[in-house]
Design a protein around this ligand. Structure first.
Ligand code: DGL
Length: 269
């Protein structure tokens, strides 16, 4: 049986990475877990996010995947090292790929980062950017309203511009030439973010670079899927599946089926 790439997020955000994986690696089977019952992760304490991430990974490991992609910046920021130490397959996150993409893009050396409170508090982007290029100047801003807004499926609504404008106000007029969308939910809001930031600021989503990293790792380990029939992807979510399915189908532009998961262990909401 074809081994899958297992992708996880607190909700629909990781689908922005999945879409790019499907585009760059159409032969690869993806299994996706959106922890919608416990989204958002952004305001939660690191230990809780680590516990949720471990729990999802234990669930996904039952499918014998060949790689794990933590398509959630908040979970990547606090849990990736621990997860890497726990499992024997490659584990990649979205922060290093996003940082690399920003370093490639910036000319001014002043990079903006938006993310959840958890991601911004962790300073994971500062570390990732400055470990590649120590002179990079980083201006970061938590945008706690945006991921919950996307989870409601409202990204095309008129309120999108208003909420994005409010959230990004501290960065408007700052000398950044690129802005890292440091939460995988934010690419859903790209048109509104682009309108607010204007044409001189390049928006960086980690999805492209993450899919490229997945491709490189699978190639070097001889794990790329053999060419043949197109795979059937699997989607799981822990909350109400109807809206998740609508958002996923709209974003991925394909029909999917969702398997709801009810956590058997006590969960902290
Ligand atoms: N999509 C996630 C991230 O990249 C989490 C958003 C949230 O649940 O707060 O950080």
């Amino acid at each position: 049986m074809q081994q899958a790439i297992a992708v996880l997020d607190s909700g629909v955000g990781g689908l922005t990475v999945v879409k790019e994986v499907m585009r760059q690696l159409p032969q690869e089977k993806v299994i996706y877990f959106g922890d919608t019952a416990r989204s958002p992760y952004g305001p939660r304490p690191p230990e809780e996010v680590r516990m949720f991430t471990r729990q999802i990974i234990d669930y996904l490991l039952k499918f014998n995947p060949k790689m794990i992609v933590i398509a959630c910046n908040t979970a990547t920021a606090v849990a990736i090292e621990e997860i890497r130490a726990r499992v024997s397959i490659p584990v990649i996150g979205v922060i290093s790929p996003g940082a690399r993409a920003a370093i490639k893009s910036t000319k001014s050396g002043v990079v903006g980062v938006i993310g959840t409170e958890g991601t911004i508090r962790s300073q994971a982007y500062e570390y990732a950017l400055q470990s590649i290029s120590p002179s990079i100047h980083v201006l970061s801003e938590p945008c706690s309203l945006l991921a919950p807004f996307v989870e409601k499926g409202l990204f095309h609504a008129d309120e999108a511009d208003t909420i994005v404008e409010q959230s990004l106000r501290p960065l408007i007029g700052k000398p950044i030439d690129c802005l890292i969308l440091g939460c995988t939910h934010y690419p859903f809001l790209t048109p509104a973010i682009a309108r607010v930031m204007g044409p001189d600021v390049t928006l960086i989503s980690s999805a492209d670079e993450t899919a490229r990293e997945i491709s490189t790792i699978l190639y070097h380990r001889g794990l790329l899927a053999a060419t043949g029939l197109l795979p059937i992807h699997q989607f799981f979510c822990s909350g109400e599946p109807k809206l998740f399915k609508q958002i996923a189908q709209m974003w991925l532009k394909e029909q999917i089926s969702i398997t709801p998961v009810v956590w058997q262990v006590p969960t902290i909401i």
